[in-house]
Design a protein around this ligand. Structure first.
Ligand code: UDP
Length: 311
């Protein structure tokens, strides 16, 4: 296949480019480098199956030749970024989804939208299954991401119904691994960076809120299976191993043998209290489930941060 990936120079996008190249596909990586970086994809150049285009995907997209799949992964993904660049976050999820759907229609390609567990907002049920409609504050600071992704899902289904485009709606839960930015602002990069520097580890609130963390390699395997499937409805991909943020801080501290103290800071507005994927559907339809536990995944991630900090 010849696959166009938006956000291909980002954390997930770059792992996806690498995976698809490894499976023998040709990859067109599109990114405006706002939160992505060429450092993530430098090693992929050199063959004749990897192409990079610097483009803002909220503008009209033209790309010559056949494209078999369009995967729309461009978006800021850290709550810190939603606060800094709320309008680009809204635009890439809404206008960017419209443009990439237009491209998929033109090329008669499969379309995949990287959606999110944030469509469930601050969920009133736990774990979250795909039929749950969510509990989102549209006007809160996180609403720019959540509502853009909800719009993106609605637009994707509309193109599926009206134009008969094969679509894949991937609901990604918290994912971590190498190539997250040092100053990304999310819990895993913050905790590891703080622990390696023996600086205070900042737990927001009392640390009783939960998340369920998936190692990037597991997620990418799931994404690839979903792409090759024929499932047009949303599918959760994530690791249901649920822990509190305080437990995460303690685990990172232990694994890095850090002298850091754990300190408590105020909780961001609308911070979800719980989050855990129900992956019954992925298990049944994709025969997928995560294989890498939290300690194992963190042990694969910490050396990347150690190296990046040394630089
Ligand atoms: N968090 C924290 N300390 C940090 C960064 C984040 O305690 O330095 C908390 C945050 O309040 C949330 C959880 O960690 O409850 C996960 O936050 P993250 O930004 O990683 O992603 P989210 O799941 O909220 O989108």
């Amino acid at each position: 296949m010849r696959v166009l990936i938006t956000g291909g120079a980002g954390f997930l996008g770059s792992h996806l480019c690498e995976h698809l190249l490894g499976k023998g596909h040709t990859v067109v990586c599109m990114d405006n480098l706002v939160t992505g970086s060429l450092d993530n994809i430098r090693h992929l150049f050199g063959g004749n199956r990897f192409f990079f285009v610097k483009q803002d995907v909220t503008q009209f997209i033209h790309y010559p030749g056949k494209i078999d799949a369009v995967m729309h992964f461009a978006s800021p993904a850290s709550p810190v970024d939603y606060l800094k660049i709320p309008i680009p976050t809204l635009k890439v999820g809404s206008l960017g989804t419209h443009k990439t759907l237009g491209l998929a229609k033109e090329k008669k390609a499969i379309f995949m939208i990287a959606s999110t567990s944030e469509v469930y907002g601050d969920p009133l049920i736990n774990p979250q299954h795909e039929k749950y409609w969510g509990n989102v504050n549209p006007v809160g600071p996180r609403g720019v991401y959540d509502e853009a992704k909800r719009f993106a899902e609605a637009m994707t289904m509309a193109y599926h119904r009206v134009h008969n485009i094969p679509v894949r709606i991937l609901r990604i839960f918290n994912t971590y691994g190498p190539r997250m930015r040092l100053h990304d602002g999310r819990a895993v990069p913050n905790f590891i960076t703080q622990a390696l520097n023996n600086k205070p580890i900042t737990v927001y609130g009392d640390g009783s809120q939960t998340r369920s963390l998936c190692y990037v390699d597991d997620l990418i395997r799931g994404i690839y299976k979903l792409l090759l499937s024929n499932i047009n409805e949303p599918v959760n991909i994530g690791n249901p191993e649920e822990i509190t943020l305080l437990e995460l801080a303690q685990t990172v501290k232990a694994l890095t043998q850090s002298r850091s103290r754990i300190v408590f800071k105020s909780l961001p507005v609308d911070d979800p209290k719980v989050r855990c994927p129900d992956i019954t559907l992925a298990k049944k339809l994709l025969k997928w489930q995560p294989q890498i536990g939290l300690k194992q995944g963190l042990s694969k991630t910490i050396p990347y941060f150690r190296k990046a900090l040394d630089k």
